[in-house]
Write a protein that binds this ligand. Structure first.
Ligand code: FES
Length: 216
């Protein structure tokens, strides 16, 4: 009569005797388990890496930043003056650091509305900031911080205005985005622009406070 050979398991601290076949199966199972764990850890590391925002992506717009579309078919593409239609609607944009190519989209407070209007319609302060009738403002409503998404006829006049659909605040871009209707407590922050060879860039920091005055 033959019997199955026995061996001492090297991993056991109690010298448990087990059949040789079972020992091999256990080693294989451990190897598979370690392999799976290693793969899972690599996946975790990749996820953490993918979740990291590049340095500078949450900083406010800086002088010299270029502007890129923040939505639509052309998202990420550089915005030239020719891309901003006369009389609206506004183009939604992110600032982008031209040296590092980092788009500053990690903070929603960095989204910008760019609009081109007849310079004759602009008040003196707004005209001073405009380039070729093009002006830029924060896209974040000063009421409770919703994005300002609409360009439509005002509830209190004949002209089209920026409108926040959360609580119907309206801002007139011809007059420094002052509030003309709704509960917003202050105008939108303005962003000075520069124009060179048809390309738009940021000429300075936001003028005024960015963001909502109260939680939505
Ligand atoms: S958040 Fe815009 S009107 Fe309230």
């Amino acid at each position: 009569m033959s019997s199955a050979p026995f061996t001492i398991s090297p991993s056991s601290s109690e010298n448990v005797v087990e059949p040789e076949g079972d020992a091999h199966a256990e080693q294989t199972r451990r190897a598979l388990l370690l392999g799976a764990l290693a793969t899972a850890c690599l996946g975790c590391a990749a996820q953490v890496h993918a979740g990291e925002e590049p340095p500078g992506s949450d900083e406010r717009p800086q002088k010299g930043d270029v502007l890129v579309f923040s939505e639509g078919d052309q998202e990420g593409k550089l915005i030239a003056a020719a891309d901003v239609p006369s009389g609206g609607p506004p183009v939604h944009a992110w600032p982008k650091d031209p040296k590092t190519s980092v788009v500053r989209s990690a903070s929603r407070l960095n989204e910008i509305l760019i609009i081109r209007l007849d310079p004759a319609e602009l008040d003196e302060q707004t005209k001073a900031r405009a380039v070729d009738g093009i002006i830029a403002y924060s896209a974040i409503c000063s009421h409770a911080g919703c994005p300002v998404t609409a360009w439509m006829k005002s509830d209190v006049g004949d002209k089209e205005v920026f409108k926040c659909m959360c609580h119907n605040s309206e801002y007139d871009p011809r007059a420094g985005a002052q509030v003309v209707f709704g509960p917003a407590p202050r105008r939108l922050a303005a962003l000075p622009l520069a124009l060179a060879d048809g390309s738009l860039s940021v000429a300075g920091n936001f003028i005024g406070k960015v963001g909502g005055a109260q939680p939505g």
